[in-house]
Each structure stands twice: as structure tokens, then as C-alpha cells.
Design a protein around this ligand. Structure first.
Ligand SMILES: *[C@@H]1O[C@H](CO)[C@@H](O)[C@H](O)[C@H]1NC(C)=O
Ligand SMILES: *[C@@H]1O[C@H](CO)[C@@H](O)[C@H](O)[C@H]1NC(C)=O
Ligand SMILES: *[C@@H]1O[C@H](CO)[C@@H](O)[C@H](O)[C@H]1NC(C)=O
Ligand SMILES: *[C@@H]1O[C@H](CO)[C@@H](O)[C@H](O)[C@H]1NC(C)=O
Ligand SMILES: *[C@@H]1O[C@H](CO)[C@@H](O)[C@H](O)[C@H]1NC(C)=O
Length: 627
């Protein structure tokens, strides 16, 4: 009957339309399942449509992208959750505290192209089912606790371009991986042994650091039984070397070394005579300047031959003088400074920092300030106030130079670089872990430095507390640098950043209250305790909104999960670590009046350190003096 056609069609249409809807509702239920398991406090997902959830992107009525980096997710992901998001092509859960095994049902994500799970606490074997994801292009499982062997089925992921497995507990040999598009590969810091497979030998040596592998690029030794490239014929190996041969080689090597030494010394002298040092020599130095995390990437040395010293036109300096502070020796003048060989340490918020080696051998740090619109009178008044400050936990301002187009600040040079580079630089081979005693003493030193600044006047603040502004002297005593520079800056609109060190109420970088300093110090404490970098602290690397992350972890009563793995060996001071964590959280309170004053902070850290000294007693074997 004709009259029945229409309802029938409608019914069909409805069924078709709903064909998409049940999937989106399955996506929604899977996401809520994920939230219930690992993100009850962290994820604010209340909207009706999952496509409006933070971190979720939909295409054609399905959830295709889920990105929750550093979102404070904690715990185990049960089976039957992720696997239900069948339209996903990108899943990023990196920088969280997800633990336990990776559920095997990820194999249902047949559309998945990008899987980023690095920097979590996943453990157990990498599920075999993962290797059925034929569309996978990027796979990053680095910085977890995956164990077991690397499955030869990796080779089924024929589109794979990135495979990052570094910093896990994988063991055994690397299977014969042969993937035509593999461009990024890293298995460093795993318990891997045996030869590097032939197809992977073109990967850089950095891909195999801290393993027992052999036969790859340069630093890896040849595998037993393999003839190292360029080595003499094999028989010598079999027989072993005679005593005479060994002595001959040793003498030969010693002579060669001496000749090399003489050449190096001669070259250095010639370099010195031209008033500079070779870039290679200078680049080895540590960074003392404030933004030393930049320094690690920018080791440019000012061309010594063409223009020795700081890139300041000498004419601009003619007849001008440095203004010195304090009673220290004034063994150099502006001319000396401009003649000194200089090395860029870093570019920071307020200018570029250089290390300058004067002809008399002394070393200073020079900060060349960016242009600012304040008048000469204002500048001299403010800089005099900064120069008048003197405390053992402040990096002293020694002198300054002012002209219409040049402003230079001369500071003490701090040879051990910044806390930022100590915490986040070289997390790998050859790193000496920073122990609890060193960390808590750095916290106390820094707190005392800031307390001193606050004591000079009720309005005095540092204005830019961050780990790259905490510098260390030879004995790892910490000092605060760059104090007061914020007041010399031009008014600039603050980028709309919610995270990082900046207190939420700060709207003008030149007007940072003492309570805002306390907030930044709280973030710094969290950084010390977790080993994680706050957002925006490191160039080119994603940080975490530390206060938010820590709070969500602590709410879940997983407190010990927040601590830097390097600290976890100090079980006997866990209580003190938790107390310092509580202090950090108090400092990073959202409302300024809830934050303690800097003197209270100093008092509390002193107490914590006293009780940890009682607790540790004989556990002082690990000193970082040799970092
Ligand atoms: C995932 O899908 C299965 C089968 O359809 C279902 O039983 C389960 O409840 C779903 N899980 C979630 C968290 O929605
Ligand atoms: C959660 O999200 C809703 C809507 O997106 C918003 O109105 C609310 O303020 C958020 N709550 C928190 C605690 O972020
Ligand atoms: C890593 O996993 C092993 C078991 O595979 C476990 O014994 C160890 O405690 C885990 N380490 C961490 C830091 O979670
Ligand atoms: C590394 O692997 C070897 C052999 O596979 C094993 O004997 C050793 O215990 C492993 N070491 C660690 C630290 O897991
Ligand atoms: C591999 O990872 C290690 C540890 O994170 C890192 O030091 C190294 O530079 C990485 N190498 C490459 C080639 O990415």
C-alpha cells in the first residue's frame, strides 16, 4: 500500500541516521569510563556531547582525537575503555601518572595513526595486540616502565616513522626490525643486549645510549666475533698481543698524545693572542646566566677575531665608566670588559647573558638589557636599589654601565649553572641524581634569598622566580639571580598564560607582589620535588601545569606518585618530602592571602630539614658534589 511507503522510508532514514549516533554515544560512554578510572578530579567533562569535552576532537560524528597531555590522569586504565573509541586516529596521554599494563584492547583502534604515551608509569609487557595497528605512524612509549622483550612483530607496523622506547625496562635483543619509513628511533636506557640489527645501524649513536648493545654507530663497541671496521686482520685477536706489542702500542699512543697536546697548546696560544678562544673550548663551559636552559642550545661564541668581547660598539663606550657597587676590588673597567672574550649564555626575558673572561683571568657574567622605555634617572635609581642588596643567597650585582643605547649589568659568575639545567638537563647517561639533601638545601637557600629581598621593603619583590634564575656556586649553594630586573622592563602585555610560575592574579610583569613571588616559589618547590618542568619553562618542550597536576594527584591519595623517581630511594625521608610538598601546595594557593609569607616558608623548610637530618643520620653517602 502506497500509504505505508512513507513511514517505512522514514523508519529506514531514522535507522540510517542513528547508525552514526550509537557510535558517538559509545564514544561518550568510553570517555566517561576513562574519566571514572583515571580522571575523576582532573577531567571536567560534563557537556552533553563528548565532542565538547576538553581534549576531544570529533570528525564525522565520531571521536577521532583524544589529547590529554599532562592532565593529571592517575591510575590504571581498565580493559574495555580505550578500545571502544574505535574511530580514534590520535591518542595522546603523555605526561600523566598512568600505571599498570597497557590494556590489550587498544588493538581495536584500527584507525590509530599516532599513539603518545610517554612519561607515564605503564608497566608490564608492550601488548602484542599493539602490533596489529597497521596504520600506526608514530609510537612513543618512552619514559615508562615497560618490560619484556621488543616483539619482532614490530615489523608489521609497516607505516611506522617514529618508534620511541627509551627509558623503559625492556630487555633481550632487538629483533631484526626492517621498516622502510622508520626515521626516528630510540631505545636508549633499556636493558638491551646483543647486536644492533643491520637495518638500524644507520641510526645515530644517541638512539642506543645506556644499553648493552654492540655493533651500532661509533661509541658502541664491535660485537664479539665481529671485525670492527678499519681494524687490522683478525689473527691478532685470536692470539692476543705479546707483552712487547702492548708496550709498543702504549709508547706509540703516549707519543701521539704528547704531539697532540703540543698542537692544542700552540693553537690555544694563537687564539689567545688574537684576544679570543676557540668556539669548541668555550662551548664546553657550563651556563651561569639566568636563562641557562636556552644556553644549552645557544652556545654561539662571539667572533673573537673580528670583535673581541661583548657585541657593544667600542665607540659607544669611549670615555664612559662602569659604576661599581659594594666594596669589592675594582680590577677591571669598561674597556677591559669590552675586550674580554665572551660567550653567549642565554637569551632571557630581559636581555642576553654572556660569560666574559677578562684578560686578568677573572670571570664575570654580563647581562645586556633589552631596550626599555624608562628614563636614565629612573634606571639609575632602581639599579642602585638592586646594587645595594647583598646577601649570601643572592647573585651579587657588581657593576653596571648605562648609556643612551646600551645597558650592561655585571654579575658574579656562578660556575655550576642553574637549577633548571641541573634538574632537566642531561637526564640520562652520566647524570648524577640530585638527592634529597641537595634539593632541600637548594630550596632553603633560595627561600632565604627571596626572604631577604622581601625584607628590604614591603613593596620589594623579585618578580621572576623560576628555576633558571636559581644559580649554584661551586659548593652547590643556591643563589637567586635577576632580582629586580622586572622593574626595569618595558610594560609588555603578559601573554595569556595560565600555567608556568606566574601567579594567577599577576597582570603586569613590573608589578609582582611578594605573595606572587611566593606562588612562583611554590611552583619551584613542586619542580624540585617532581622533577617535572612547569609549562613554558623549557623551550620546545611541553611542561606541566604543576600546581594543578600535583593537586589532582594528591587528591587521589597517590602522593608518593608525584615525586621524582630520583627521590624515591630515600624512603626514610618520605614524610619530610610530603611536608615540603604540602608547603609547596600552600605557596601555590590560588588566592594571595592564603599563601604564607616568605619568612614562614623559610621557617617551615628549616624545620623540615632538621627532622630529615635526624631521619637520615647515616644515609649521607650520596653527595652531588661531583655532578
Ligand atoms: C565498551 O564496549 C563494550 C561492548 O560493546 C561494552 O560492554 C562496554 O560497556 C563498553 N565500555 C564502556 C566504558 O563504554
Ligand atoms: C567545567 O566546565 C564547565 C563548562 O565547560 C565550566 O562552566 C566550569 O566552570 C568548569 N569547572 C571547572 C572546575 O573547571
Ligand atoms: C617497574 O616494573 C617492575 C616490574 O616489571 C617493578 O618491580 C618496579 O618496581 C617498577 N618500577 C617502577 C619505578 O615503577
Ligand atoms: C638485564 O638483563 C639481564 C639478562 O637479560 C638480566 O640478567 C639482568 O638482571 C637485567 N638487569 C636489569 C637491571 O633488569
Ligand atoms: C634517545 O633518548 C635519550 C634519553 O632520553 C636521549 O638522551 C637521546 O638524545 C635520544 N636520542 C635520539 C637520537 O633521539
Amino acid at each position: 500500500m502506497g500509504s505505508r511507503h512513507l513511514p517505512m522510508l522514514l523508519l529506514l532514514l531514522l535507522l540510517l541516521a542513528e547508525g552514526g549516533a550509537p557510535d558517538l554515544s559509545a564514544d561518550r560512554s568510553a570517555l566517561l569510563g576513562l574519566r571514572a578510572a583515571v580522571g575523576r578530579y582532573a577531567l571536567n567533562w560534563t557537556a552533553a556531547s563528548p565532542c565538547s569535552f576538553a581534549g576531544v576532537t570529533c570528525e564525522s560524528g565520531r571521536v577521532t582525537v583524544l589529547r590529554l597531555p599532562g592532565a593529571g590522569l592517575i591510575g590504571r586504565i581498565p580493559a574495555g575503555v580505550l578500545g571502544n573509541l574505535t574511530a580514534l586516529h590520535t591518542l595522546s596521554l603523555r605526561f600523566n601518572a598512568l600505571a599498570g599494563p597497557l590494556p590489550a584492547d587498544v588493538s581495536s583502534l584500527s584507525q590509530l595513526r599516532n599513539l603518545y604515551l610517554q612519561s607515564n608509569k605503564f608497566s608490564g609487557e608492550i601488548p602484542d595486540s599493539l602490533f596489529s595497528l597497521q596504520n600506526l605512524v608514530r609510537l612513543n612509549l618512552a619514559d615508562n616502565n615497560f618490560s619484556g622483550e621488543i616483539s619482532p612483530r614490530v615489523s608489521r607496523l609497516t607505516r611506522l616513522g617514529t618508534l620511541y622506547l627509551e627509558r623503559n625496562s625492556l630487555s633481550g635483543e632487538i629483533p631484526a626490525i626492517d621498516l622502510p619509513d622508520l626515521a626516528q628511533f630510540n631505545v636508549s636506557f633499556n636493558n638491551l643486549t646483543g647486536p644492533v640489527p643491520a637495518k638500524l645501524r644507520s641510526m645515530p649513536a644517541g638512539s642506543f645510549l645506556g644499553t648493552g648493545l654492540c655493533g651500532g654507530s661509533a661509541p658502541l663497541g664491535p660485537c664479539p666475533g665481529e671485525i670492527p671496521p678499519g681494524a687490522p686482520e683478525a689473527p691478532a685477536k685470536k692470539r692476543g698481543l705479546s707483552g712487547g706489542a702492548v708496550a709498543g702500542i702504549a709508547i706509540g699512543a703516549a707519543v701521539a698524545f704528547l704531539i697532540l697536546l703540543v698542537i692544542v697548546v700552540l693553537l690555544c696560544r694563537r687564539g689567545k693572542a688574537r684576544g679570543g678562544r676557540s668556539a669548541d673550548v668555550a662551548a664546553v663551559e657550563r651556563a651561569p646566566g639566568s636563562e641557562s636552559e636556552v644556553a644549552l642550545t645557544d652556545k654561539r661564541v662571539v667572533d673573537a677575531a673580528a670583535e673581541p668581547g661583548l657585541p657593544v660598539p667600542a665607540a659607544a663606550a669611549a670615555g664612559k665608566r662602569l659604576v661599581f657597587f659594594g666594596a669589592g676590588p675594582r680590577v677591571y673597567d669598561l674597556e677591559d670588559l669590552l675586550r674580554a672574550s665572551a660567550e653567549v649564555l642565554g637569551k632571557g626575558t630581559f636581555g642576553t647573558a654572556y660569560k666574559a673572561v677578562l684578560e686578568n683571568g677573572s670571570v664575570v657574567a654580563v647581562k645586556r638589557l633589552k631596550e626599555a622605555s624608562i628614563t636614565e634617572g629612573e634606571f639609575r635609581e632602581k639599579i642602585a636599589a638592586i646594587g645595594a642588596m647583598s646577601h649570601k643567597n643572592l647573585v651579587g650585582l657588581r657593576a653596571y654601565y648605562y648609556s643612551k643605547d646600551e645597558r650592561l649589568l655585571v654579575y658574579e659568575y656562578m660556575p655550576m649553572g642553574s637549577l633548571s639545567s641541573l634538574l632537566h638537563g642531561n637526564r640520562g647517561a652520566g647524570r648524577t641524581p640530585l638527592n634529597w639533601d641537595t634539593r632541600s638545601s637548594i630550596a632553603l637557600d633560595a627561600a632565604r634569598g627571596i626572604e631577604y629581598i622581601h625584607s628590604t621593603s614591603p613593596a620589594a619583590s623579585h618578580g621572576n622566580i623560576k628555576s633558571s634564575n636559581i644559580l649554584l656556586d661551586r659548593s652547590y649553594e643556591a643563589r637567586v639571580s635577576d632580582h629586580g630586573l622586572a622593574t626595569l622592563a618595558s610594560p609588555t602585555p603578559i601573554p595569556n598564560r595560565v600555567a608556568g610560575y606566574r601567579a594567577p592574579e599577576v597582570t603586569d610583569v613590573r608589578k609582582v607582589s611578594q605573595k606572587a613571588d611566593v606562588y612562583s616559589f611554590g611552583v619551584l618547590l613542586l619542580e624540585l620535588l617532581t622533577g617535572k618542568a612547569p609549562a613554558q619553562a623549557l623551550l620546545n618542550e611541553e611542561g606541566v601545569d604543576l600546581p594543578r597536576w600535583v593537586q589532582s594527584v594528591v587528591k587521589e591519595e597517590w602522593t608518593s606518585e608525584v615525586f621524582d623517581l630520583e627521590l624515591l630511594r630515600y624512603q626514610n625521608v618520605e614524610e619530610e618530602m610530603v611536608q615540603l610538598l604540602q608547603l609547596a601546595i600552600d605557596c601555590a594557593a590560588q588566592y594571595p592571602d592564603r599563601r604564607p609569607s616568605m619568612s614562614e616558608v623559610v621557617g617551615r623548610i628549616e624545620e623540615i630539614r632538621q627532622s630529615s637530618m635526624l631521619a637520615s643520620g647515616d644515609e649521607k653517602e650520596e653527595q652531588t658534589g661531583s655532578v
